[in-house]
Design a protein around this ligand. Sequence first.
Ligand code: AMP
Length: 391
Amino acid sequence: MFSKKTITDVDVKGKRVLVRVDFNVPLKDGVVGDDTRIRGALPTIHYLLDHGAAVILCSHLGRPKGTADPKYSMKPVAEYLGSLMGQQVAFAADCVGPAAEEAAKALKPGDVLVLENTRYHNEEEANDPEFSRQLASLAELYVNDAFGSAHRAHASTEGVTKYLPGVSGFLMEKEIQYLGQAIDDPKRPFVAILGGAKISDKIGVIKNLLTKADNILIGGGMANTFFKAQGYPVADSLVEDEALETARELLAIGGTKLRLPVDVVIADKYEEGAAFRVMPMGPIPDGWRILDVGPETVESFGKVIASAGTVVWNGPMGVFEFPNFAKGTFGVAKAVAESKAVSVIGGGDSVSAIQKSGLTDKITHISTGGGASLEMLEGLVLPGVAALQDK
Ligand code: AMP
């Protein structure tokens, strides 16, 4: 159960509400690309407006590193939101100080204001108390709906709650409920699929999931370090030698729970047009590297996924950016979509594989937060959630 207060537990009428959203969306020449995160925040925004609040939205966008770099301005996002909502959305050229204060003061119930990028100030990531206080001073209530940033203790995700009562938005609540239930009260068998480049990023996740999941299917570059730990020569494959000892330990603890690819696609170069072939897992020939899982692996992982009660997936099975090495990732995406299991997908690459396959509506929950969902899978407490008021 979600133990934090949400916007339905507090009176918002007539209040100015500062909402931390995750509007860190792809922007190209001022045009918003994938708008999933913006749409994800709409239920919270509409609820607040419908219940008589004025809404002040703040977010980071990209990595402007403490400077007012126009490339990372929230202005196009504010305009996009206005067109999505069909209503006027005001914009303040700074998230604190006179510009923000005047714009906030002018708000009436039903109004929406978007503040400029919080990361134009280094104080945001430093979780600076004075900056947090200034942000908080714009409103009478704080709502965190930015699941994708909840694993960071920054001023707009954590510090601000020292100066304003903080509750959860609907998106945050939904994310925590789906992921929390998948991990702590899963319909069994509970199958986790992990991929991506590096094992070192996911050691904590594997350790935690070994105590919770019935099977962990490993693909992507991270499988290579396990292969090397098992004694296979992996030639030019991506390997993390410093993680070999840990990989051996995980294999020993994991036993048959931990499943590695049985066949792989190898390439003579790390390039889109590289020569490639499928081989059963074994010593990789000199000069070659593993860039994807093979068809037998897709089939055997697919069987495990088909009989699962719960599936959690994070990370691609191969270098899916190159079409010749994307079959493993798309094959797994299809298996997850076809499975009757409760399915939860996190991480930009796995989510984009599902979207590209047109299978989004077959998935129970697609998370808007890669890093945050990984930290939940690791069993960590998210500081942005911990800081909110308990029910
Ligand atoms: P991550 O951010 O850790 O989820 O890793 C995603 C990246 O892993 C993608 O850009 C993939 O291209 C990369 N990746 C997946 N499999 C491999 C592989 N076998 N060798 C090298 N990179 C890989």
